[in-house]
Design a protein around this ligand. Sequence first.
Ligand SMILES: [Zn+2]
Length: 232
Amino acid sequence: MVRLLALAAVACAEPPPAVPDTAPEPVAPEPVVPQPPPPPEFTSSVRPLNDAERTAMTGITWRPGCPVPLDDLVRVEVSHHDFEGGVRQGALVVRADTADAIVAALAAAFAEGFPIERMEPIVAFGGSDDASMDANNTSAFNCRAVTGGTRYSEHSYGHAVDVNPAQNPYISSSGRTVLPAAAADFVDREDHRPGMLFADSALVASLVGAGWGWGGAWSSTRDFQHLSANGR
Ligand SMILES: [Zn+2]
């Protein structure tokens, strides 16, 4: 009887399961390091004008007899920096064959961090260039007479853009007319401040590189907000 118990004890005394020599080390959780938000990305789109936009523009910024038909105009939408450190969506109406150059220039301005206060088609201002300038609005197409004259402005052809009028005034050759009036503080182009255009600004350099002209480089009248495909 004693012997049987001893055998049973031996039978039950199986070795414990082998413990691996290299048990994995407990993995410490990754410390949570706050990451800065990713930098905003430039986005853009180009599309034909829709029926509502054509109707809103007709009689206001476009009318029969204007040099460019509505079918040749497109709406460009882009992201742009504002003056408060944010990013907004803006829109311009331009002639279709200038859209690529304008988008490239606005992308370059975005990469540079160039602020633009506001960018809305000028129909939002009843077609008034003065109202748009007073609102420091960046705009492009508007079928209207040239400032101080009767011939069609280059904006009537959809191949000109005015950028941040408040920081980039139109200055007549005599210097007596500054438009908009609020831009009088920006007649001195040596005092560099955000939103001002210069020959080496990314936006200006991009369009000039595409063959455009900048009104800030004119010798008599100067129009620092104005860039156009034919340089006028
Ligand atoms: Zn202009």
